[in-house]
Ligand binder design. Structure first.
Ligand SMILES: Cc1ncc(C[n+]2csc(CCOP(=O)(O)OP(=O)(O)O)c2C)c(N)n1
Ligand SMILES: CC(=O)[C@@H](O)[C@H](O)COP(=O)(O)O
Ligand SMILES: [Mg+2]
Length: 635
């Protein structure tokens, strides 16, 4: 297969005879494999929905009919069939198309996604808007995976849909996988629905009872009808919520899918089609090692071997590896330590700990709110939960963090992974806001290690500081500095930063790994005879006030740098400190501006938003020119 299909738009697709659609599916798969092999990106989820995507655009009148993809990481075939094939080479790149559906990008993307389990709510909103307007013909479809279905939000929406009864179709794309194994009772229930073992056994048992001569024929018929209706209704979760359940159907049987979708189009009210697919379909390695192929980096499309040459491909010295190793190590000597992850087991480097101590690692599904309150419950009963959540997904658990953890001053350790810009996942996934949204919560302590060594000490400190309430540690994806061989742990003083170097006139206050940019900049500026001071704040809450008094008593120009939003960030905290104590100084805050940050590599984004070492150097040269007469040095 060439992967050079001639379809640009669903209108072209709808002109094709049904018999040629399977060829199109193979061409789409070839295109996807070629693309992800040479660029990286989300992979196996898209491979699994090729037939479903073709069938949906064939049967429904998109974009007039509304189609929402949950999470949106499986929407590559949808993008390819809706006018973005020629731009697909720029997928996830700086300035390129988004890896997720985006309303800005295309009218075919009825709703922007990236975070999971929003699709049923969004499509229900659209379906109710249509109903309100008296439009009873438009179709509304949400495609949601079995993993995304585990979230409370999906159930909140089903509950509401069963009550409102608008015209909508939920397609449950059940590939029996999340990124890692899909955990939880729902998965067993879905398997039960696909195999139908218990339902069929119960049905035949009742049939046997009714088939004895003891029952008059008329009674038997009535009972059979009532039992069938009742069985389906009360043995099926979705039917019990007033949502008609159809399936399971083989999601790779294109003809069958088209036939079923055509029929469902005619049925009013909320419906759910249970569609069974294979994640990674068409690329053998992806059908077995699921976690690895969820979103691979570049690879050899024949052998599947990784072609990753980027430094972040070196996993030995990443924050994630250090996190997984350190937590396992601490847990070996502290039996109260428990790890909690909402469906990011491998992403958060907890796989090894789960293998070694299965009872002490809880993968609770895509349930960030629950993960936080579940951790609060563990802490309330004397455990030390390390609630490990990506910064962007912790946004989901904000009320739980305030109401269930902080207000009760419970000892939950929040390990906030993917803090700062995450790279190519873009604005839906950047960990931009956590400093700002945590800093205003009473009782919480918040830290960000500058390097891997400090990270280990902070993890140790968190579990050794029981009785002091919630403790948050934020860290980015990827390689960190000072990858020394683990030695003894050090208990750090909470709320204490450190001086990295002294200087004259200008001081940099850094938080987190961007402190390395400050180190590099200070060294580079020596060539200009500029001696710049540098302090690593380490904690964004509580602030190290003694350190700040020292800084503002000695330096007239202060630069703060952080990998997070400037508004409400640590630089803003420093300005609040100045206001409280009446300090006057020139202050420049570096970090993310008041906009949703673009997609691109973290290095590109740090440069774009002016907080890498080059930006620091040029800012300091500019400030030094104003404060000191260094023109002659610059010449
Ligand atoms: C709120 C939220 N939490 C976690 C994630 C990370 N995440 C992205 S895809 C995914 C698995 C989704 O599984 P499923 O819905 O079954 O889709 P599949 O990958 O199997 O196609 C997870 C956990 C997310 N995008 N949003
Ligand atoms: C779509 C989604 O939310 C995840 O697949 C996410 O892209 C994973 O990010 P990492 O690759 O950083 O774990
Ligand atoms: Mg799945």
């Amino acid at each position: 297969m060439s992967g050079n299909f001639n379809i640009d738009m669903p209108d072209d697709l709808r002109k094709l005879p049904i018999t040629s659609l399977q060829d199109l599916c193979e061409e789409l798969r070839t295109f996807l494999i070629d693309h992800v092999a040479s660029h990286g990106g989300h992979f196996s989820s898209s491979l699994g929905v090729v037939e479903l995507t073709v069938a949906l655009h064939y049967v429904f009148n998109t974009p007039d009919d509304k189609l929402v993809w949950d999470v949106g990481h499986q929407a590559y075939p949808h993008k390819l069939l809706t006018g973005r094939k020629s731009r697909f080479h720029s997928n996830r790149q700086l300035g390129g198309i988004s890896g997720f559906p985006s309303r800005e990008e295309s009218e075919f993307d009825a709703f922007g996604t990236g975070h999971s389990s929003t699709s049923i709510s969004a499509i229900l909103g659209m379906a109710c808007a249509a109903k309100y307007r008296g439009d009873h013909t438009r179709q509304h479809i949400a495609v949601i995976g079995d993993g995304a279905m585990t979230a409370g939000m999906a159930f909140e929406a089903l509950n509401n849909a069963g009550y409102e009864q608008p015209n909508m179709l939920v397609i449950l794309n059940d590939n029996n996988r999340s990124i890692d194994a899909n955990t939880g009772a729902l998965q067993d229930y879905l398997t039960e629905l696909t195999t139908g073992k218990h339902y069929n056994a119960l049905k035949s048992h009742i049939r046997n009872v009714l088939s004895t001569d003891a029952w008059p024929m008329e009674v038997v018929r009535k009972l059979q009808k009532a039992v069938k209706g009742g069985l389906l209704r009360y043995s099926n979760l979705f039917e019990a919520l007033n949502i008609r359940y159809f399936g399971p159907v083989d999601g790779h049987d294109l003809k069958k899918l088209i036939h079923v979708l055509e029929k469902l189009k005619q049925i009013p009210g909320p419906k759910l089609l249970h569609c069974v697919t294979t994640k990674g379909k068409g690329f053998a390695p992806a059908m077995t090692d699921h976690a690895k192929w969820h979103a691979p980096r570049k690879f050899n499309k024949i052998t599947g071997a990784s072609l990753d040459t980027e430094p972040s491909g070196n996993t030995s010295f990443t924050f994630q590896t250090v996190f997984g190793n350190t937590l396992s190590d601490l847990a070996r000597s502290n039996p109260r330590i428990i790890a909690v992850t909402p469906a990011m087991l491998s992403g958060s480097a907890l796989t090894k700990m789960k293998q070694e101590m299965p009872a002490r690692v809880f993968d609770v599904g895509i349930t960030e709110q629950h993960a936080v309150t579940f951790s609060a419950g563990l802490a309330a009963d004397g455990m030390i939960p390390f609630c490990t959540i990506y910064s962007t997904f912790l946004q989901r658990g904000y009320d739980q963090l305030i109401h269930d953890v902080a207000l009760q001053n419970l000892d939950v350790v929040f390990c906030i992974d993917r803090a700062g810009v995450v790279g190519q996942d873009g604005p839906t996934h950047h960990g931009a806001f956590d400093i700002a949204f945590l800093r205003c919560i009473p009782n919480i302590k918040g830290a960000a290690p500058m390097d891997l060594e400090d990270f280990r000490h902070l993890l140790y400190t968190a579990q050794a500081s029981q009785g002091t309430g919630p403790f948050a540690i934020r860290y980015p994806k990827g390689v960190g500095a000072s990858p020394t061989i683990p030695g003894a742990y050090r208990k750090l003083e909470i709320g204490k930063g450190r001086k990295i170097r002294s200087g004259e006139d200008i001081a940099i206050l850094s938080l987190g790994p961007v402190g390395q940019y400050a180190i590099d900049a200070c060294v580079a500026l020596e060539a200009y005879h500029l001696n710049i001071a540098h302090y690593d704040l380490r904690f964004f809450k509580p602030l190290d006030e003694a350190l700040l008094h020292e800084v503002f008593q000695h330096y007239s120009t202060v630069i703060t740098i952080e990998d997070g939003c400037i508004t409400g960030g640590v630089g803003s905290a420093v300005m609040e400190f100045m206001a409280v104590y009446g300090y006057r100084a020139t202050i420049k805050r570096l970090g993310l501006p008041d906009t949703f940050a673009a997609q691109g590599t973290p290095q590109q984004l740090h440069a774009l938003y002016g907080y890498d070492s080059a930006a620091l150097i040029s800012l300091i040269l500019q400030l030094a020119t104003q404060t000191k007469c260094i023109q002659e040095i610059l010449q």
